[in-house]
Design a protein around this ligand. Structure first.
Ligand code: HEC
Ligand code: HEC
Length: 267
């Protein structure tokens, strides 16, 4: 007994250590449980990681994502001039902030309007002094910026149409050459729409493409894009001939669009 007593004889220091040790073990357990619980809560509070990853991917492919704008099944909702103005341009132009010409203020706009529409559009697209390119919104399409410019300038007395660069109409000779090139290199897909190519007479497919402008289509045809082979797969085809084929295709598509506009649209 005495031996036992000796062993358990506690000094205040031992007592303290034992108490702390005794408290520590359950304390650690409680701490871990709390952390686990918080961890679960934290994960639940966080949005599903899938959409986050998807967003990251979307951002990465954004420059290619423009093809969505020309996917006939997913028409991009284009803003009107008024919407573009209200959502983006008004930020400065409503008040004349940063020295911007104020909305409806003819004195502010007169001289600028006399610079001609193409210059104004160019400045709005590329930026001009403190005027940021596209009003600071890179997501605006060229056409949307053009509509914004027209909305503002017409409100100050101009009489512009929202058009992008004036396209030179191809000559009859160009179209004839284009038709030949098309027949030899492009018809195999675009006559029928095989492989997902836009059929030449498909007004609905070509309408949004034509709006993108000839430069865009030339680029797409020369470099290949979204499933279409570069130069229709014929590496020997010159850029010039490829462009003529595009000219021919656009002319044909425009005819198809005009016909479709007269007839009630088939669903
Ligand atoms: C952050 C402010 C800001 C926003 C937003 C903004 N602008 Fe401007 N804008 C300016 C300023 C400042 C000027 C005057 C630049 C100068 O003349 O030095 C200007 C000038 C212009 C001009 C005249 C250019 C010229 O050659 O005289 C046009 C056209 C224009 N803006 C169009 C737009 C359109 C369209 C939008 C919306 C899509 C827009 N702006 C949004 C600040 C802005
Ligand atoms: C092997 C089939 C094939 C041939 C041959 C072909 N294309 Fe295409 N083309 C496609 C496909 C597929 C697309 C893309 C459809 C899409 O965007 O979903 C396309 C799209 C296009 C577009 C629209 C651009 C775009 O972004 O969709 C143009 C313009 C075009 N082709 C021009 C040509 C020209 C010019 C030739 C001949 C020199 C040609 N293509 C030959 C399959 C073809």
């Amino acid at each position: 007994m005495s031996e036992h007593q000796q062993m358990t004889k506690t000094t205040p220091k031992d007592f303290l250590a034992a108490t702390l040790g005794g408290l520590f073990a359950p304390g650690l357990t409680i701490f871990l449980i709390v952390m686990l619980f918080l961890g679960i809560q934290h994960n639940m509070g966080q949005t599903d990681p899938a959409p986050v990853a998807e967003k990251a991917v979307r951002e990465r492919i954004q420059s290619f994502g423009q093809s969505q704008a020309i996917d006939p099944n997913v028409p991009k909702v284009e803003l009107t001039g008024e919407q573009v103005y209200n959502e983006i341009c008004a930020g400065c132009h409503a008040s004349g902030a940063l020295g911007s010409p104020k909305f409806k203020e003819k004195a502010d706009w007169g001289k600028r309007i006399s610079q001609s529409y193409p210059t104004l559009l160019d400045h709005a697209l590329k930026g001009f002094n403190k005027m940021p390119a596209r009003g600071g919104d890179p997501d605006l399409s060229d056409m949307e910026v053009a509509r914004g410019v027209v909305y503002m300038t017409n409100a100050a007395g101009a009489n512009f149409e929202p058009v992008l660069k004036k396209e030179v109409e191809p000559s009859a000779a160009d179209l004839a050459r284009g038709k030949t090139v098309y027949g030899e290199n492009c018809a195999s897909c675009h006559d029928t729409g095989v492989t997902g190519a836009q059929k030449l007479t498909d007004a609905k497919a070509w309408m949004p493409l034509i709006k993108e402008g000839k430069e865009f289509l030339y680029n797409a045809a020369i470099n290949g894009s979204f499933g279409g082979p570069a130069k229709g797969g014929n590496v020997k085809l010159s850029d010039a001939d490829t462009k003529l084929a595009v000219d021919y295709m656009v002319a044909e598509a425009k005819t198809a669009i005009a016909v479709a506009a007269k007839a009630p649209m088939k669903k």
